[in-house]
Design a protein around this ligand. Sequence first.
Ligand code: 13P
Length: 252
Amino acid sequence: MARKIIIAGNWKMHKTVDEATELVEQLKQALADVKDREILVCPPFTALSAVAAALDGSNIQLGAQNLYPADEGAYTGEISPRMLVDVGCSYVILGHSERRQHFRESDPFINHKLKVALDHGLKPILCVGETLEQRGEGRHKTVVSMQVYRGLHGIDAEAMKEVAIAYEPIWAIGTGQTARPEQADELHWAIRNNVEGLFGEDVAQETCIMYGGSVKPDNVDELMAQPDVDGALVGGASLNVESFIRIVKFQA
Ligand code: 13P
């Protein structure tokens, strides 16, 4: 089976309902002819419902930026996987470095969320990545491998077919400093090796490994040309219609 390509916009804490709807209305028209890659937008929770309605019948899928791993209950301020499915999400971003950093999310908690997401039919995008300090100490591959092993602990090979991994070096997020294509590919290759160790070669070859961290119209082609880069998780540049269209229509 061919590896799937996913270009996803992680809108983070941006866009009101009106702003979100306007953006996807424009994306929907401009990207209607894209058939050979999956397109995904991940708005904030408050805009999911309106964006789902605006995207109805289009080739753009909907994802959430997080979930809480329970069906329902006394978890003030949290959003359950059932609610995400109900509103039309097919994907969920898990373990983003901003959640690890600001909300102290641990690998076991992220692993728990990942399993719950799969149980509900949501496709997880597991984010991993090292800090500049860890890279400086030469520990980047070890750090990322540990995040992969711990994040995927207890998942079986069949379920793994629904999981995508996003390599997002923390030093490249929102900084304008992208990993050089060969730096990204080195880590993507290492991650694929980790996946192979856990689930075998066939699953590893099929796993979509996305790159995130200052992906822009002027660097996407080079990044996507790397053999082990199968997609992009785009922050800032996904908030602008023209730049996200150009990124989705990358030419590798
Ligand atoms: P930027 O594209 O703004 O660097 O953000 C990347 C990211 O964190 C996507 O999840």
